[in-house]
Design a protein around this ligand. Structure first.
Ligand code: VGL
Ligand code: ZN
Length: 192
């Protein structure tokens, strides 16, 4: 796999609340940080765009259990848990996309009314490569919407983790059926 100028690497929600010790910790999430940094280095060297999204909810967000939502309180705007993973190394020119900031609406996809589709099209981006968290939630929704928007869409399996194993397996099947390229990565890569 090698990146080019008309590619975008999109890192979804690599935030402390989704990692060990966080409010909605995902198994193995910390392990993907070095792998993501490696992808960022490769993308940057090739002149590909780097995008990082962050889940950024107001207190009392509709997705929280206290309001009947599916999740514990997580990624509250400005909190420790909403910060990017301490190891994540983003280039200065990375585009940060904030999502989930409306009290009564959730946004799983980085393309859901964020303007990112238009920005990437404007830049001539043809392929998008997705990694980060969580495979069965925000990576899933983003990948499906990327295909709809006409991008050649790749998901880097060794640089993502699902919230549930079953959800991850179902997501991989769904993505494959939707024409998304699921990259299994190098079997010799010990960071996978
Ligand atoms: C996410 C659950 C709740 C995600 C965000 O980034 O995948 N998952 N909010
Ligand atoms: Zn959320």
């Amino acid at each position: 796999m090698s990146f080019g100028q008309d590619d975008a690497l999109i890192v979804l929600d690599l935030q402390r609340d989704f990692c060990a010790g966080g409010a909605l910790a995902i198994a193995g999430a910390d392990k993907i940080a070095p792998k993501i940094n490696q992808l960022i280095d490769e993308a940057t060297a090739a002149g590909a765009m780097v995008v990082a999204s962050r889940d950024w909810h107001p207190k009392g967000h509709v997705s929280f259990a206290a309001r009947g939502g599916p999740w514990p309180e997580h990624c509250v705007a400005g909190s420790e848990g909403a910060k990017f993973h301490a190891q994540l190394c983003l280039p200065d020119n990375a585009l940060i996309v904030t999502k989930g900031a409306d009290l009564d609406k959730d946004q799983y996809s980085v393309f859901d009314e964020t303007g990112l589709v238009e920005q990437l099209h404007g830049r001539g981006t043809r392929r998008v490569f997705l990694c980060g968290l969580a495979l069965d939630v925000c990576v899933r929704a983003s990948a499906l919407q990327a295909v709809q928007a006409g991008f050649e869409t790749h998901v880097m399996l060794s640089a993502t983790r699902p919230i549930t194993q079953a959800g991850g397996e179902a997501t991989i099947r769904e993505m494959t059926n939707a024409g998304i390229v699921v990259e299994h990565g190098d079997p010799d890569d010990t960071t996978a």
